[in-house]
Design a protein. Structure first.
Length: 315
C-alpha cells in the first residue's frame, strides 16, 4: 500500500442542481491536491450517480465531464434510492479504494486525506463519524440518539453517528457484493464484513443550498428497514408479550369468575372499554410489526434488480 492508489469518490445525486456546481468544484480541487501530494494516482476519478433526478442534475454532470474527463457519471433509469445509488457507483467503477459522500458536502471532504492515510496504514474500512450533532434540530438529534440505542439493544452492530461517509477498499467492496439482500441498509452491512477498520472524526456542516433528501417520513421508513432487515428481536418480543398477555388474561378470567361466584361483580362500561381498547391496540401494533417483516420478505423473494443504469459517461 506504499504506492499511490486509485481513488474513486462516489457521489449519489437526487435533484441537486443547486448545490452540485460547488460540489463538483470542491471535490475536483481536492482530487488534484491529493494527486499532487502523491496520496492517489492520476487515474483517480469522481463518479456522480444521478438517481432519477427531475431537474438539471444530469446535464450538469455531463458538462462537468466534458470539461474534466476524470469527472464521470452514471444515470439510473429512475429514482431507486440513496443506498441503491451508492451501490451503482461502487459496483460499476474500478479502483483500489472508494469513498462515498453525499452531494450536499455536509460531511467534511477535508477528512478524505485522513481516510486515505488510514487506508495506507492497513485499514480496509474507514468510517467518517460526526463529533457531535449540534447542527441538528432538537427532534432530529434526540431521535437519532434513540435510534442508535434501539439498534444496539436489538443486537444490530452500528457505528454511532456514522451515516454513509466512508472509505472502502477494493476487497471490502467485493465482500459487500456477496450480500444479496434487496432491503439495503449499508450502515449495518458494512460492519458485518469484518475487515480491519477505524474511524475518523469531523464536524458536520449545514447544508448551503437545496433541501434535504431525507425528510421525516423517509427517515422513519429507513429506520424501519434497518430494524426489519437485521434483527428478529421484535418478533421474539411479540412472542414474549403474547405469553405475558395470555397469562395476564388467564389471571383476569380467574378473578372475574371468582367475583361472579362470590356475587360481588359490578359491570362497568369504563373498565370494559379500557380493556378492549388496550388489547386492540396491542394486537394492531403486533400485526404491524409482523407486517414489516412480511413486506421485507415480499421484496426479497421477487429478486428484482437493485438498480438499472440508463447512461454512463467516463469511468
Amino acid at each position: 500500500m506504499n504506492r499511490a492508489n486509485t481513488l474513486a469518490i462516489i457521489v449519489p445525486c437526487f435533484n441537486e442542481e443547486e448545490t452540485l456546481p460547488q460540489t463538483i468544484k470542491t471535490l475536483n480541487e481536492l482530487r488534484k491536491k491529493l494527486i499532487n501530494q502523491q496520496l492517489i494516482n492520476s487515474q483517480s476519478k469522481i463518479i456522480f450517480v444521478n438517481d432519477g433526478s427531475k431537474d438539471k442534475t444530469w446535464k450538469i454532470i455531463e458538462q462537468a465531464h466534458q470539461e474534466e474527463p476524470a469527472l464521470c457519471g452514471i444515470s439510473l433509469s429512475r429514482n431507486f434510492g440513496h443506498q441503491e445509488a451508492l451501490l451503482a457507483g461502487l459496483y460499476n467503477t474500478q479502483a483500489d479504494m472508494y469513498i462515498t459522500i453525499d452531494a450536499d458536502l455536509q460531511d467534511d471532504p477535508s477528512v478524505i486525506k485522513k481516510m486515505i492515510k488510514s487506508y495506507q496504514d492497513g485499514n480496509e474500512i474507514v468510517y467518517g463519524v460526526r463529533r457531535c450533532r449540534d447542527s441538528d434540530s432538537f427532534f432530529k438529534r434526540n431521535s437519532a440518539l434513540l435510534f442508535y440505542k434501539l439498534m444496539k439493544l436489538i443486537g444490530v452492530e452500528l457505528v454511532s453517528n456514522h451515516a454513509d461517509f466512508r472509505l472502502l477498499s477494493q476487497r471490502a467492496v467485493a465482500a459487500m457484493s456477496e450480500f444479496k439482500e434487496k432491503n439495503l441498509f449499508l450502515r449495518a452491512i458494512v460492519p458485518l464484513i469484518g475487515y480491519q477498520s477505524c474511524c475518523v472524526y469531523y464536524n458536520r456542516k449545514p447544508r448551503t443550498a437545496g433541501q434535504t433528501k431525507y425528510p421525516l417520513a423517509k427517515m422513519v421508513l429507513f429506520a424501519l428497514k434497518g430494524v426489519s432487515a437485521f434483527s428478529a428481536v421484535p418478533l421474539h418480543f411479540i412472542t414474549l408479550c403474547g405469553v405475558f398477555i395470555s397469562l395476564l388474561s388467564f389471571i383476569l378470567m380467574c378473578w372475574t369468575l371468582w367475583g361472579y361466584l362470590s356475587g360481588s361483580t359490578i359491570i362497568g362500561w369504563a373498565s370494559l372499554m379500557s380493556v378492549i381498547t388496550f388489547f386492540s391496540g396491542i394486537t394492531i401494533l403486533f400485526i404491524g410489526i409482523i407486517g414489516e417483516y412480511i413486506a421485507s420478505i415480499f421484496v426479497e423473494v421477487k429478486k428484482r434488480p437493485t438498480y438499472i443504469i440508463d447512461k454512463k459517461i467516463g469511468g
